[in-house]
Write a protein that binds this ligand. Sequence first.
Ligand SMILES: [Zn+2]
Length: 132
Amino acid sequence: MKTYRGSCHCGAVRFEADIDVGAGTIRCNCSISSKLRLWSAVVQLPSFRLLAGEVEMTNYTFNTRTDQHPFCKHCGVHAFGAGKSPRWGNFFAVNVACLDDISIDELVAAPISYLDGRDDNWHMPPAETRHL
Ligand SMILES: [Zn+2]
């Protein structure tokens, strides 16, 4: 477990998160993860701490509106999302690409789990993952 600092592109949104990157990261084939090419690490409170930018974000929700997809209203970057699921409870999905002090070696070594969010089948990875 390591504490990372993260931010959006312009720096208006800043956070820190305690993440064990070696425990795994996720890529999902759901509509928003696909369009944003999200690569996330899931953490729960108190491992996610928003340091700045609450009022600099616009929130986006869709479908059941249980998951929150806030993004910076200045630069458009989605630094994290939040939701609730049977598997993770109340969780934050930290955008690994927004971690400012993670090393390339840590990124390369991070295991990836693939989720079949498109088919709402959270128990098995999708048949095809190479494009994610
Ligand atoms: Zn920004």
